[in-house]
Design a protein around this ligand. Structure first.
Ligand code: NAP
Length: 490
């Protein structure tokens, strides 16, 4: 697959700071590669502390004017941005597939999904209500109004290079905040293209600042934001370890944080489930993006009486998956993101096998396709002492566990420090209600594998983080409440 865009200028190699496209202060650059082939796609600015500081200066300068814009004006700009994203969907999908590796069909889906957040928050911008508070003192009026929190630092991972950024920038801009942002080292091209379209849509200079950085330099750049009291909020999607680090480092200036972190999702199939529907739900949730999603089922618990049947149905579907580069229109699973991801998936599968699991499907590196291709895999007879149970595998591996009772499986499902997504399949209405309430997760899929939507509150509990993205609740993370007490009214 070649880097050929209909609109060539969407390939940006510089940072967007204060409305200008500029190189890193040091002039340093790094190469972005295609995980399918290892070939270099482009080189981009390798930003550090000085660039991060310049971005904050620009965001600070732009803040007052943006905050004072009428909500309808901000909404109008977001709507134009939404239109431009859709008009350039094919180019954006190409960039996603090239730098991240997912099949084009999924990249197109990601563009539509990311854009839906921009449209949603364009509407929400005009619905930031306050309250006049009923109270008991004559001659006073008490009001609560909502104000933008200030400068927001948005830091995002590589697995959804467009959607994760759109999900943060759209509510921040809608609320009246200005933004400094750094995408993942592996996937800056989509983020920079998205920033260009925001610029074209009329987002004023300095309101959105986007800089790319290699891993080491990125830590330095983000570090500058964490220590800068002008940055009032950090919104982060990524691993739990990095989320904890950001929380610690933000403590010095008491920033507000939204942390969308790692998961270890259980997927439970009860014996009264529609097994065909459960398999279809699992395929959608588990193998999207090659298993590299935070809501990906990581532990699949199947009740003993239907275990064999479910494993057979699943094996048939998984064996039929087409693994190929994104350039192949029939591709359903692309490469993993990099060598580190390959090593983790292989380590998990090897550990499970060593401890007694059997490989029903897959279980190997697809060497002929390239360095980063791992076969979609189904493991059976998996037990709780295996690495796949306690760590997020983040790859196309479906480990099946056998369970006997509802009580037992709820305890197993909740026996993790994480609490992002959980899924279960049953046709018993009373069980549906009971289990929904007892699962410790921020998001529950009940007879459903595709849970994400711009209209729904997305986020975790426990060590999967805090804060919610999307929905009518999603703006709250970017707003503060000001209480105004007015006296001498009688
Ligand atoms: P990651 O290593 O935590 O990286 C996420 C972002 O943080 C990247 O931009 C990364 O830059 C940056 N970063 C890493 N270390 C940093 C540090 N010390 N200081 C400042 N920035 C730092 O996560 P990932 O491997 O990219 O993404 C996979 C993880 O994200 C999984 O755990 C997955 O579950 C989680 N995730 C969660 C959600 C959710 O909504 N809850 C959604 C998607 C993914 P570099 O790329 O340069 O390292």
């Amino acid at each position: 697959m070649e880097l050929r865009l209909k609109r060539e200028e969407l390939l940006r190699r510089q940072n967007l700071i204060g409305g200008e496209w500029i190189d890193a202060v040091t002039g340093s650059r790094y190469a972005v590669t295609n995980p399918a082939t290892g070939s270099v796609l482009a080189d981009v600015a390798n930003s550090g502390q000085a660039d991060a500081r310049a971005a904050t200066d620009a965001a600070n300068y732009a803040a007052k004017e943006w905050k004072e814009r009428l909500p309808r004006e901000r909404a109008g700009i977001l709507r134009r941005w939404h239109t431009l994203i859709l008009e350039n969907a094919e180019d954006l999908a190409t960039l996603i597939s090239l730098e991240q590796g997912k099949p084009m069909s999924e990249s197109r889906g990601e563009v539509a999904y990311g854009a839906s957040y921009v449209a949603w928050f364009a509407d929400e911008a005009t619905r930031i209500y306050g309250d006049i508070i009923p109270q008991g003192q004559r001659g006073k009026q008490m009001r609560a109004i909502k104000e933008p929190i200030g400068i927001v630092a948005a830091i995002t991972p590589w697995n959804f290079p467009l959607a994760m950024i759109a999900r943060k920038i759209a509510p921040a801009l809608a609320a009246g905040c200005t933004v400094v942002s750094k995408p993942a080292e592996d996937t800056p091209l989509t983020a920079l293209a998205l920033a260009m379209l925001a610029n074209d849509a009329g987002v004023p200079p300095g309101v959105l600042n986007m800089l790319s950085a290699s891993r080491d330099q990125g830590i330095e750049a983000v570090g500058d934001w964490l220590g800068d009291a002008r940055v009032q909020k950090v919104t982060f999607t990524g691993s739990t370890a990095v989320g904890k680090y950001l929380a610690r480092e933000s403590a010095g200036t008491l920033k507000k944080l939204s942390l969308e972190l790692g998961g270890n999702a259980p997927f439970i199939v009860f014996e009264d489930a529609d097994l065909e529907a459960a398999v279809a739900g699992l395929m959608a949730a588990k193998f999207r993006n090659g298993g590299q999603t935070c809501v990906c089922p990581n532990r699949i618990y199947v009740q003993a009486s239907v275990y064999q049947k479910f494993a057979e149905l699943l094996a048939a579907r998984v064996s039929a998956l087409k693994v190929a580069p994104a350039s192949d229109p029939l591709s359903q699973i692309g490469p993993l993101i990099n060598a580190k991801a390959m090593e983790k998936v292989a380590r998990h599968v090897d550990d499970a096998r060593r401890k007694g699991a059997s490989t029903l499907v897959g279980g190997m590196h697809l060497v002929d396709l390239g360095a980063n291709y791992y076969a979609p895999t189904v493991l059976t007879d998996v037990t709780n002492d295996m690495l796949v149970t306690c760590e997020e595998t983040f790859g196309p591996v479906a480990p099946l566990y056998r369970f006997e009772t509802e009580e037992e499986v709820i305890a197993l499902a909740n026996d993790t420090p994480f609490g992002l997504a959980a899924y279960f399949y049953t046709q018993d209405m009373r069980r549906a209600d009971r289990v929904s309430r007892r699962l410790e997760a921020g998001v529950v899929g009940l007879n459903e594998g595709a849970v994400a939507s711009e209209a729904a509150p997305f986020g975790g509990i426990k060590e999967s983080g805090y804060g919610r993205e999307g929905s009518k609740y999603g703006l709250d993370d970017y707003l503060t409440i000001k209480y105004i007490c007015q006296g001498s009214l009688d």
